[in-house]
Design a protein around this ligand. Sequence first.
Ligand SMILES: [Zn+2]
Length: 411
Amino acid sequence: MQINQDRFQEHIDSLAKIGKIGETGVCRLAHSKEDREAVDVVRIWMEEAGLETHIDGFGNLIGRLEGKDKDKPILLLGSHIDSQPYGGRFDGTAGALGAIEVVHTMKDQGITPNRTIEVICFSDEEGSRFNKGVFGVRGIIGQLEEGELERKDKNGISRLEALREFGVEPDLSQSPVYKPGDIEAFLELHIEQGPVLESQDKPVGIVSAISGPIWLTVTLEGFAGHAGSVPMNLRQDAFLGASIITKEFNELIRKEGTPNTVGTVGSVQTFPNSRNIIPEKVEFTIDLRDIDLEARTKLEKELYDIIEKTSKELNLDYSISEDTRSDPRYCADWIKDIMKEEDTKLGYGSPTLMSGPFHDALFMSYICDYGMIFVRCEKGISHNPLEYAEMEDLQKGVNLLYHTAMKIAQS
Ligand SMILES: [Zn+2]
Protein backbone atom coordinates (compact mmCIF):
# COMPACT_ATOMS: atom_id res chain seq x y z
CA MET A 1 0.00 0.00 0.00
CA GLN A 2 1.33 3.42 -0.97
CA ILE A 3 0.13 6.95 -0.32
CA ASN A 4 -1.30 9.05 -3.15
CA GLN A 5 1.91 10.62 -4.42
CA ASP A 6 0.29 13.06 -6.83
CA ARG A 7 -2.05 14.46 -4.24
CA PHE A 8 0.76 14.84 -1.70
CA GLN A 9 2.96 16.61 -4.24
CA GLU A 10 0.09 18.86 -5.27
CA HIS A 11 -0.38 19.90 -1.64
CA ILE A 12 3.33 20.58 -1.13
CA ASP A 13 3.46 22.66 -4.31
CA SER A 14 0.29 24.61 -3.53
CA LEU A 15 1.32 25.43 0.02
CA ALA A 16 4.73 26.65 -1.23
CA LYS A 17 2.90 29.38 -3.18
CA ILE A 18 1.51 30.97 -0.01
CA GLY A 19 4.02 33.55 1.20
CA LYS A 20 6.33 32.65 -1.64
CA ILE A 21 9.56 34.66 -1.89
CA GLY A 22 11.80 34.41 -4.92
CA GLU A 23 11.63 31.19 -6.89
CA THR A 24 11.81 28.66 -4.08
CA GLY A 25 11.57 30.47 -0.74
CA VAL A 26 8.67 31.09 1.62
CA CYS A 27 7.92 33.58 4.36
CA ARG A 28 4.97 32.59 6.52
CA LEU A 29 5.60 34.14 9.88
CA ALA A 30 3.57 32.90 12.83
CA HIS A 31 0.02 34.30 13.08
CA SER A 32 0.57 36.45 9.97
CA LYS A 33 -1.83 36.96 7.07
CA GLU A 34 0.13 34.36 5.07
CA ASP A 35 0.05 31.93 7.98
CA ARG A 36 -3.72 32.31 8.20
CA GLU A 37 -4.08 31.79 4.48
CA ALA A 38 -2.04 28.60 4.76
CA VAL A 39 -4.11 27.37 7.70
CA ASP A 40 -7.33 27.94 5.74
CA VAL A 41 -6.05 25.99 2.75
CA VAL A 42 -4.63 23.14 4.83
CA ARG A 43 -7.88 22.98 6.76
CA ILE A 44 -9.73 22.19 3.53
CA TRP A 45 -7.26 19.37 2.81
CA MET A 46 -7.83 18.03 6.32
CA GLU A 47 -11.57 17.99 5.72
CA GLU A 48 -11.13 16.29 2.36
CA ALA A 49 -9.16 13.63 4.23
CA GLY A 50 -12.15 13.04 6.48
CA LEU A 51 -10.93 14.99 9.50
CA GLU A 52 -13.17 17.21 11.55
CA THR A 53 -11.28 20.46 12.10
CA HIS A 54 -10.96 23.32 14.53
CA ILE A 55 -8.43 26.03 15.41
CA ASP A 56 -7.69 26.14 19.13
CA GLY A 57 -6.94 29.05 21.44
CA PHE A 58 -3.22 28.89 20.68
CA GLY A 59 -3.64 29.03 16.90
CA ASN A 60 -3.06 25.29 16.33
CA LEU A 61 -5.03 23.73 13.49
CA ILE A 62 -6.34 20.34 14.56
CA GLY A 63 -8.20 17.67 12.62
CA ARG A 64 -9.84 14.67 14.25
CA LEU A 65 -10.89 11.31 12.90
CA GLU A 66 -12.96 9.42 15.43
CA GLY A 67 -11.79 5.83 15.95
CA LYS A 68 -13.96 2.77 16.60
CA ASP A 69 -12.84 2.59 20.22
CA LYS A 70 -13.27 6.01 21.78
CA ASP A 71 -11.66 5.00 25.06
CA LYS A 72 -8.25 4.24 23.63
CA PRO A 73 -5.51 6.89 23.90
CA ILE A 74 -5.30 8.71 20.57
CA LEU A 75 -2.63 8.70 17.88
CA LEU A 76 -1.38 12.21 17.17
CA LEU A 77 0.42 13.11 13.93
CA GLY A 78 1.73 16.43 12.72
CA SER A 79 4.27 19.20 12.44
CA HIS A 80 4.14 22.93 11.64
CA ILE A 81 3.36 25.09 8.60
CA ASP A 82 4.76 28.44 9.72
CA SER A 83 8.21 29.33 8.37
CA GLN A 84 11.34 31.35 8.96
CA PRO A 85 11.34 34.85 7.39
CA TYR A 86 13.69 33.55 4.71
CA GLY A 87 12.68 29.92 4.79
CA GLY A 88 12.21 26.91 2.57
CA ARG A 89 9.26 24.91 1.23
CA PHE A 90 9.71 21.70 3.19
CA ASP A 91 10.56 22.56 6.80
CA GLY A 92 7.46 21.57 8.78
CA THR A 93 5.16 21.34 5.77
CA ALA A 94 6.50 17.91 4.76
CA GLY A 95 5.37 16.46 8.09
CA ALA A 96 2.12 18.40 8.39
CA LEU A 97 0.97 17.56 4.87
CA GLY A 98 2.42 14.07 5.17
CA ALA A 99 0.23 13.47 8.23
CA ILE A 100 -2.87 14.59 6.33
CA GLU A 101 -1.90 12.33 3.44
CA VAL A 102 -1.66 9.38 5.85
CA VAL A 103 -5.25 9.91 7.00
CA HIS A 104 -6.48 10.56 3.46
CA THR A 105 -4.92 7.28 2.32
CA MET A 106 -6.76 5.46 5.12
CA LYS A 107 -9.98 7.06 3.92
CA ASP A 108 -9.25 5.97 0.34
CA GLN A 109 -8.86 2.44 1.70
CA GLY A 110 -12.16 2.67 3.53
CA ILE A 111 -10.37 2.21 6.86
CA THR A 112 -11.83 3.47 10.11
CA PRO A 113 -9.01 3.21 12.65
CA ASN A 114 -9.55 1.52 16.00
CA ARG A 115 -7.93 4.45 17.71
CA THR A 116 -8.93 8.09 17.22
CA ILE A 117 -6.37 9.95 15.12
CA GLU A 118 -5.68 13.65 15.36
CA VAL A 119 -3.54 15.63 12.95
CA ILE A 120 -2.07 18.89 14.19
CA CYS A 121 -0.39 21.84 12.51
CA PHE A 122 1.35 23.45 15.48
CA SER A 123 1.29 27.22 15.65
CA ASP A 124 4.52 29.23 15.77
CA GLU A 125 7.11 26.48 15.84
CA GLU A 126 9.81 28.66 14.33
CA GLY A 127 9.86 31.43 16.90
CA SER A 128 11.48 34.08 14.74
CA ARG A 129 8.64 36.60 14.97
CA PHE A 130 8.36 36.80 18.77
CA ASN A 131 11.83 35.46 19.47
CA LYS A 132 10.33 32.46 21.21
CA GLY A 133 8.81 29.56 19.37
CA VAL A 134 7.08 26.19 19.77
CA PHE A 135 4.18 28.20 21.11
CA GLY A 136 1.37 25.94 19.97
CA VAL A 137 2.90 22.74 21.25
CA ARG A 138 3.83 24.29 24.59
CA GLY A 139 0.23 25.47 24.82
CA ILE A 140 -1.27 22.03 24.47
CA ILE A 141 1.13 20.39 26.94
CA GLY A 142 1.00 23.15 29.56
CA GLN A 143 4.48 24.66 29.19
CA LEU A 144 3.63 28.28 28.47
CA GLU A 145 5.39 30.88 30.54
CA GLU A 146 4.42 34.11 32.20
CA GLY A 147 4.06 37.04 29.79
CA GLU A 148 3.88 34.84 26.72
CA LEU A 149 1.08 36.85 25.09
CA GLU A 150 2.79 40.17 25.78
CA ARG A 151 5.90 39.35 23.73
CA LYS A 152 6.21 41.80 20.86
CA ASP A 153 7.43 41.40 17.29
CA LYS A 154 9.77 43.97 15.72
CA ASN A 155 6.83 46.15 14.73
CA GLY A 156 5.63 46.33 18.32
CA ILE A 157 2.69 43.96 17.75
CA SER A 158 2.12 41.65 20.71
CA ARG A 159 1.37 37.97 20.33
CA LEU A 160 -2.07 38.65 21.75
CA GLU A 161 -2.78 41.21 19.03
CA ALA A 162 -1.26 38.99 16.36
CA LEU A 163 -3.40 36.02 17.37
CA ARG A 164 -6.53 38.18 17.32
CA GLU A 165 -5.56 39.48 13.89
CA PHE A 166 -5.08 35.84 12.88
CA GLY A 167 -8.64 35.18 14.01
CA VAL A 168 -8.15 33.47 17.34
CA GLU A 169 -9.18 34.67 20.75
CA PRO A 170 -6.26 33.36 22.80
CA ASP A 171 -7.37 31.21 25.67
CA LEU A 172 -4.46 30.12 27.79
CA SER A 173 -6.84 28.58 30.31
CA GLN A 174 -7.20 25.72 27.80
CA SER A 175 -3.62 24.73 28.62
CA PRO A 176 -2.82 21.88 28.95
CA VAL A 177 -5.15 20.25 26.43
CA TYR A 178 -3.59 16.79 26.75
CA LYS A 179 -2.42 15.01 29.83
CA PRO A 180 -0.13 12.01 30.15
CA GLY A 181 -2.19 8.99 29.15
CA ASP A 182 -4.34 10.81 26.57
CA ILE A 183 -1.97 10.12 23.69
CA GLU A 184 -0.64 6.70 22.76
CA ALA A 185 2.01 8.11 20.44
CA PHE A 186 3.02 11.25 18.60
CA LEU A 187 4.63 10.84 15.19
CA GLU A 188 6.39 13.61 13.29
CA LEU A 189 8.02 13.47 9.90
CA HIS A 190 10.49 16.25 9.14
CA ILE A 191 13.25 17.00 6.68
CA GLU A 192 16.59 16.18 8.28
CA GLN A 193 18.03 19.72 8.09
CA GLY A 194 21.46 18.11 8.20
CA PRO A 195 23.76 16.20 5.83
CA VAL A 196 23.83 12.71 7.42
CA LEU A 197 21.27 10.91 5.23
CA GLU A 198 22.76 12.42 2.10
CA SER A 199 26.22 11.27 3.14
CA GLN A 200 24.85 7.74 3.62
CA ASP A 201 22.93 7.87 0.35
CA LYS A 202 19.63 7.08 2.11
CA PRO A 203 16.30 8.80 1.42
CA VAL A 204 14.78 8.22 4.86
CA GLY A 205 16.01 7.87 8.44
CA ILE A 206 14.52 6.74 11.75
CA VAL A 207 15.26 9.16 14.57
CA SER A 208 16.73 7.81 17.80
CA ALA A 209 16.57 10.94 19.94
CA ILE A 210 16.50 14.70 19.87
CA SER A 211 19.70 16.10 21.18
CA GLY A 212 19.64 18.35 24.22
CA PRO A 213 21.35 21.71 23.92
CA ILE A 214 23.14 23.71 26.56
CA TRP A 215 23.31 27.38 25.66
CA LEU A 216 25.81 29.49 27.56
CA THR A 217 26.95 33.08 27.30
CA VAL A 218 30.55 33.65 28.39
CA THR A 219 31.80 37.12 29.24
CA LEU A 220 35.54 37.83 29.43
CA GLU A 221 36.83 41.11 30.78
CA GLY A 222 40.34 42.42 30.33
CA PHE A 223 41.60 45.95 29.94
CA ALA A 224 41.47 48.27 26.96
CA GLY A 225 44.65 49.94 25.77
CA HIS A 226 46.20 51.52 22.74
CA ALA A 227 46.99 48.86 20.15
CA GLY A 228 50.16 50.73 19.30
CA SER A 229 51.67 51.26 22.71
CA VAL A 230 50.89 48.45 25.16
CA PRO A 231 53.57 45.72 24.92
CA MET A 232 52.33 42.21 24.29
CA ASN A 233 53.29 40.84 27.69
CA LEU A 234 51.31 43.53 29.52
CA ARG A 235 48.02 43.06 27.71
CA GLN A 236 44.70 41.76 29.00
CA ASP A 237 43.14 40.97 25.66
CA ALA A 238 39.61 39.58 26.06
CA PHE A 239 39.24 38.67 22.39
CA LEU A 240 42.42 36.64 22.46
CA GLY A 241 40.90 34.76 25.40
CA ALA A 242 37.70 34.10 23.47
CA SER A 243 39.73 32.88 20.49
CA ILE A 244 41.79 30.45 22.55
CA ILE A 245 38.71 29.13 24.35
CA THR A 246 36.91 28.66 21.01
CA LYS A 247 39.83 26.75 19.54
CA GLU A 248 40.35 24.55 22.60
CA PHE A 249 36.61 23.91 22.92
CA ASN A 250 36.56 22.77 19.29
CA GLU A 251 39.52 20.45 19.85
CA LEU A 252 37.94 19.06 23.00
CA ILE A 253 34.72 18.11 21.17
CA ARG A 254 36.62 16.59 18.26
CA LYS A 255 38.91 14.54 20.49
CA GLU A 256 36.69 13.56 23.39
CA GLY A 257 33.14 13.99 22.11
CA THR A 258 30.93 11.12 20.99
CA PRO A 259 30.16 10.93 17.23
CA ASN A 260 26.99 12.89 18.10
CA THR A 261 28.53 15.72 20.10
CA VAL A 262 28.58 19.13 18.47
CA GLY A 263 29.92 22.35 19.92
CA THR A 264 29.61 25.81 18.41
CA VAL A 265 30.64 29.36 19.22
CA GLY A 266 28.14 31.22 17.06
CA SER A 267 27.93 34.79 18.26
CA VAL A 268 30.72 37.06 19.42
CA GLN A 269 30.48 40.67 20.59
CA THR A 270 33.62 42.55 21.28
CA PHE A 271 33.93 45.88 23.05
CA PRO A 272 34.84 48.56 22.11
CA ASN A 273 35.24 46.87 18.72
CA SER A 274 37.85 49.19 17.33
CA ARG A 275 40.85 48.29 15.22
CA ASN A 276 43.36 50.15 17.35
CA ILE A 277 42.10 49.33 20.83
CA ILE A 278 42.89 46.12 22.68
CA PRO A 279 39.50 44.40 23.23
CA GLU A 280 38.42 44.99 26.79
CA LYS A 281 35.31 42.88 26.92
CA VAL A 282 34.04 39.99 24.85
CA GLU A 283 30.76 38.19 25.10
CA PHE A 284 30.33 34.96 23.19
CA THR A 285 27.83 32.14 23.03
CA ILE A 286 28.38 28.42 23.36
CA ASP A 287 26.02 25.77 22.02
CA LEU A 288 26.86 22.25 23.19
CA ARG A 289 24.69 19.27 22.27
CA ASP A 290 24.64 15.54 22.60
CA ILE A 291 22.11 12.77 22.99
CA ASP A 292 24.38 11.24 25.62
CA LEU A 293 23.76 13.26 28.77
CA GLU A 294 26.71 11.79 30.66
CA ALA A 295 29.13 12.59 27.82
CA ARG A 296 27.73 16.10 27.56
CA THR A 297 28.11 16.71 31.29
CA LYS A 298 31.74 15.59 31.21
CA LEU A 299 32.55 17.85 28.25
CA GLU A 300 30.78 20.77 29.89
CA LYS A 301 33.03 20.39 32.95
CA GLU A 302 36.12 20.33 30.77
CA LEU A 303 34.90 23.42 28.95
CA TYR A 304 34.69 25.24 32.29
CA ASP A 305 38.29 24.18 32.97
CA ILE A 306 39.38 25.64 29.63
CA ILE A 307 37.63 28.93 30.39
CA GLU A 308 39.15 29.07 33.87
CA LYS A 309 42.67 28.22 32.73
CA THR A 310 42.65 30.61 29.75
CA SER A 311 41.28 33.50 31.80
CA LYS A 312 43.97 32.97 34.41
CA GLU A 313 46.76 32.84 31.84
CA LEU A 314 45.61 36.03 30.15
CA ASN A 315 44.71 37.83 33.35
CA LEU A 316 41.02 38.11 32.49
CA ASP A 317 37.88 38.03 34.59
CA TYR A 318 35.13 35.77 33.40
CA SER A 319 31.48 34.95 34.03
CA ILE A 320 29.23 32.34 32.53
CA SER A 321 25.47 32.58 32.25
CA GLU A 322 23.20 29.74 31.32
CA ASP A 323 20.47 30.55 28.80
CA THR A 324 19.08 27.09 28.06
CA ARG A 325 19.58 23.58 29.34
CA SER A 326 17.50 20.80 27.83
CA ASP A 327 17.94 17.12 28.33
CA PRO A 328 18.11 14.85 25.30
CA ARG A 329 14.76 13.17 24.66
CA TYR A 330 14.68 9.63 23.32
CA CYS A 331 12.22 8.22 20.83
CA ALA A 332 10.23 5.31 22.25
CA ASP A 333 11.80 1.93 21.51
CA TRP A 334 8.46 0.33 20.68
CA ILE A 335 7.77 3.01 18.04
CA LYS A 336 11.26 2.68 16.57
CA ASP A 337 10.73 -1.09 16.42
CA ILE A 338 7.51 -0.65 14.45
CA MET A 339 9.25 1.81 12.14
CA LYS A 340 12.15 -0.57 11.54
CA GLU A 341 9.81 -3.46 10.83
CA GLU A 342 7.71 -1.43 8.38
CA ASP A 343 10.84 0.04 6.85
CA THR A 344 12.18 -3.44 6.15
CA LYS A 345 8.90 -4.40 4.47
CA LEU A 346 9.13 -1.28 2.32
CA GLY A 347 12.72 -2.19 1.48
CA TYR A 348 14.21 1.21 2.32
CA GLY A 349 16.99 0.05 4.64
CA SER A 350 16.71 3.30 6.59
CA PRO A 351 19.45 4.06 9.10
CA THR A 352 18.88 5.36 12.60
CA LEU A 353 20.15 8.84 13.34
CA MET A 354 19.73 11.51 15.95
CA SER A 355 18.29 14.98 15.59
CA GLY A 356 20.50 17.93 16.41
CA PRO A 357 17.77 20.55 15.94
CA PHE A 358 14.71 20.38 18.17
CA HIS A 359 11.18 19.93 16.88
CA ASP A 360 7.61 20.06 18.17
CA ALA A 361 8.16 16.38 19.02
CA LEU A 362 10.71 17.32 21.68
CA PHE A 363 7.94 19.00 23.66
CA MET A 364 5.39 16.27 22.99
CA SER A 365 7.88 13.86 24.56
CA TYR A 366 7.01 15.28 27.97
CA ILE A 367 3.48 13.89 27.81
CA CYS A 368 3.66 10.87 25.52
CA ASP A 369 5.89 8.44 23.63
CA TYR A 370 7.06 9.78 20.31
CA GLY A 371 8.76 8.75 17.10
CA MET A 372 10.25 10.74 14.24
CA ILE A 373 11.06 10.08 10.61
CA PHE A 374 13.63 12.14 8.75
CA VAL A 375 13.77 12.74 5.03
CA ARG A 376 17.03 13.53 3.25
CA CYS A 377 17.46 17.13 2.16
CA GLU A 378 20.04 18.44 -0.24
CA LYS A 379 23.36 19.30 1.42
CA GLY A 380 21.48 19.54 4.71
CA ILE A 381 20.43 23.09 3.81
CA SER A 382 17.43 24.43 5.73
CA HIS A 383 16.01 27.73 7.01
CA ASN A 384 16.96 28.96 3.57
CA PRO A 385 15.07 29.27 0.24
CA LEU A 386 17.63 26.81 -1.17
CA GLU A 387 16.21 24.07 1.08
CA TYR A 388 15.37 21.12 -1.17
CA ALA A 389 14.07 17.58 -0.77
CA GLU A 390 13.36 15.19 -3.64
CA MET A 391 9.66 14.44 -3.98
CA GLU A 392 10.49 10.76 -4.24
CA ASP A 393 12.29 10.85 -0.88
CA LEU A 394 9.42 12.71 0.74
CA GLN A 395 6.93 10.17 -0.58
CA LYS A 396 9.01 7.34 0.84
CA GLY A 397 9.08 9.06 4.21
CA VAL A 398 5.30 9.52 4.15
CA ASN A 399 4.85 5.86 3.18
CA LEU A 400 6.81 4.85 6.25
CA LEU A 401 4.74 7.28 8.32
CA TYR A 402 1.56 5.73 6.90
CA HIS A 403 2.53 2.16 7.75
CA THR A 404 3.75 3.13 11.22
CA ALA A 405 0.57 5.10 11.88
CA MET A 406 -1.58 2.21 10.66
CA LYS A 407 0.13 -0.21 13.03
CA ILE A 408 -0.42 2.06 15.99
CA ALA A 409 -3.93 3.18 15.02
CA GLN A 410 -5.13 -0.41 14.63
CA SER A 411 -3.50 -1.70 17.80
ZN1 LIG B 1 10.62 22.61 11.35
